[in-house]
Design a protein around this ligand. Structure first.
Ligand code: 5GP
Length: 144
């Protein structure tokens, strides 16, 4: 998928927003959704998206939507920090397949980093079990 790809309204995250496929949600407003990554690279790896902005990547998002999204990323990063006490937090965002993007609805990763644990691979391996994700999401929600 190139940097100039057209937004596909049937991408996985659009389906999650519509409720067509399930997700483990952490936080939702009229414009923002934060949910657990199903292939987590660490405990608490979650994603933050804008629900109305039909942007594939950073280059085609309206700057006001981006500002709303970034404020939510900061909020969720604080919540993850407060609830899970990681040693560091990586914020990641990929643009285009060559850069590692696999889902073409603009999103930010919040990836807690723990000094004594290695990070898993990006978007691969076996999906996490929903019960485990629910448990971590419940922990994160306590700090909202
Ligand atoms: P990207 O590679 O586009 O930066 O990130 C997409 C992320 O979405 C990956 O980390 C991948 O694990 C995650 N992902 C892919 N499919 C699903 C899904 O169906 N549900 C959830 N919750 N995450 C997904």
């Amino acid at each position: 998928m190139s940097l100039d790809a057209q937004y596909d309204p049937d991408n996985i995250f659009a389906k999650i927003i519509r409720g067509d496929i399930p997700s483990v949600k952490i936080y939702e407003t009229d414009s923002i959704l934060a949910f657990m990554d199903v292939f987590p690279q660490s405990e608490g790896h979650c994603l933050v998206i804008h629900k109305q902005a039909t942007a594939t990547n950073l280059f085609d998002v309206d700057s006001r939507d981006l500002a709303t999204l970034m404020a939510a990323v900061q909020k969720l990063a604080r919540v993850v920090r407060d609830s899970l006490a990681p040693d560091g937090i990586r914020i990641a965002q990929f643009n285009g397949a060559p850069a590692g993007q696999t889902v073409y609805h603009l999103h930010f990763h919040i990836i807690p980093v723990y000094e004594d644990r290695d990070l898993g691979a990006h978007a691969s391996g076996r999906p996490a079990d929903t019960q485990g994700l629910e448990k971590t999401a419940a922990k994160i929600r306590t700090a909202l």
